[in-house]
Design a protein around this ligand. Structure first.
Ligand code: NDP
Ligand code: GDR
Length: 354
């Protein structure tokens, strides 16, 4: 039975990857941060009766990483753990660098010290392309990181390349573009939209407040993307791969889709920080709390970042050619799946009428 270690197992990708590897017959070990409240909700369904083992650890703690790797002796390591919130990285740049940059290097160094020949996957990101002017980005597009998060991930990216070239590590970078799911953290924009509109539709909260509606992203589904993480480590040769759908849409478009899935037609009014959206039509049973003319969205200047990434769109031709990977779920379908899941959650919390 192959042994895999996943850092960040409690996160969105970690939970899908753990499911995937368990189905493939792996013994899965996950690194878990100690928290004051339960942080295992995304993997709770996997815990009974499965070869899934959790170990307390933190990417900032080299001694702990050494103990975990020495004990488990994994065949494959997936480094998904990170301070993954780009906006938060502007407020916590040193912490973000410690976890996202030095955290990856710590793992590589522990592997070197223990002479552990595990295959290594690093969760790299489209954020490395940042301010690029290239309309579509591939493995050869120069990096122009635009946030403390992206700068830290750039260090980790090059550390992986260096350990591969210098010490012969089987270490690979997945340059993943945005990917979402019903398990996505509530602060990332796609989930904020599907959850916020679903709750507003049930009368559980007020209008959605968002920042830059013009940002363009290439959104895929997390379940599709973890399959590729595993595929990269099954190759004879390590390498770096862009993983993306090749399609791009704006935050405003995502709002429009999510509203459609709730039976709502929106009308956007105003511009810049005055922009807002109201209900033009409500055609379905999903939004009982909303009437024509109700405000559903307000742009909030406080939610703009000190620097933002205007547009990302990935060319995954290399992954298609070498890994045989193609994304199965497009952004429109993804949005509908997220809205349906968030409607159920919102309905479960709807106050019982007196
Ligand atoms: P999440 O934010 O959902 O999960 C991050 C995970 O990292 C959580 O398990 C979190 O633990 C853990 N973590 C945070 N800090 C530490 C630390 N100091 N030591 C150990 N673990 C830590 O992210 P995703 O699942 O969405 O993303 C997975 C990885 O992929 C991340 O590295 C992210 O930067 C990267 N990525 C994500 C993309 C996306 O669109 N989702 C795209 C490209 C890259 P806890 O639950 O305790 O907070
Ligand atoms: P991103 O994702 O920064 O691309 O990082 P996020 O969903 O946070 O933002 C995408 C775009 O939406 C704009 N935006 C808002 N974003 C948030 N979070 N909240 C808002 O209210 C809001 N309004 C507009 C942002 O300005 C941005 O342009 C994600 C993370 O998963 C990273 O870890 C990963 O590396 C990249 O995707 C690829």
């Amino acid at each position: 039975m192959k042994r895999a270690l996943i850092t960040g197992i409690t996160g969105q990708d970690g939970s899908y990857l753990a499911e995937f590897l368990l189905e493939k017959g792996y013994a899965v070990h996950g690194m878990l941060r100690r928290a004051s409240v339960d942080n295992t909700q995304r993997i709770a369904h996997l815990l009974p009766d499965q070869p899934l083992h959790l170990h307390y650890g933190d990417l900032s703690d080299a001694a702990g990483l050494t103990a975990i790797l020495a004990r488990i002796q994994p065949d494959e390591i997936y480094n998904l753990g990170a301070q993954s919130d780009v906006a938060a990285s502007f407020d916590t740049p040193l912490y973000t660098a410690d976890v996202n940059a030095l955290g990856a290097l710590r793992l590589l160094e522990v592997m070197r010290a223990l002479q552990l020949r595990a295959r290594f996957y690093q969760a790299s990101t489209s954020e490395l392309y940042g301010a690029t002017r290239a309309p579509i980005q591939h493995e050869g597009t120069p990096f122009q990181p635009r946030s403390p998060y992206a700068v830290a991930k750039l260090f980790a990216y090059w550390s992986v390349v260096n350990y591969r070239e210098t010490y012969g590590f089987h270490a690979s970078n997945g340059l993943l573009f945005n990917h979402e799911s019903p398990r996505r953290g509530e602060n990332f924009v796609a989930r904020k939209i599907t959850r916020g509109l679903s709750r507003l539709a049930q009368g559980l909260e007020g209008p959605l407040r968002l920042g830059n509606l013009d940002a363009l992203r290439d959104w895929g589904h997390a379940r599709d993307y973890v399959r590729m993480q595993w595929l990269m480590l099954q190759q004879d040769r390590p390498g770096d791969y862009v993983i993306a759908t090749g399609h791009q849409c704006s935050v405003r478009q995502f709002v429009t889709w999510a509203a459609e899935d709730l039976g709502l037609t929106l009308e956007f009014r105003g511009s810049g920080t005055q922009e807002h959206a109201i209900v033009a039509r409500n055609d379905g049973p999903y939004a009982p709390a909303l009437r024509r003319g109700d405000r559903v969205l307000q742009v909030d200047p406080h939610l703009f970042r000190p620097a933002d990434v205007p547009q990302l769109r990935g060319d995954a031709a290399r992954a298609h050619a070498i890994l045989g990977w193609v994304p199965e779920i497009d952004a429109r379908t993804l949005c509908r799946e997220m809205v349906l899941a968030d409607i159920q959650l919102a309905r479960a919390q709807r106050p019982i009428p007196a």
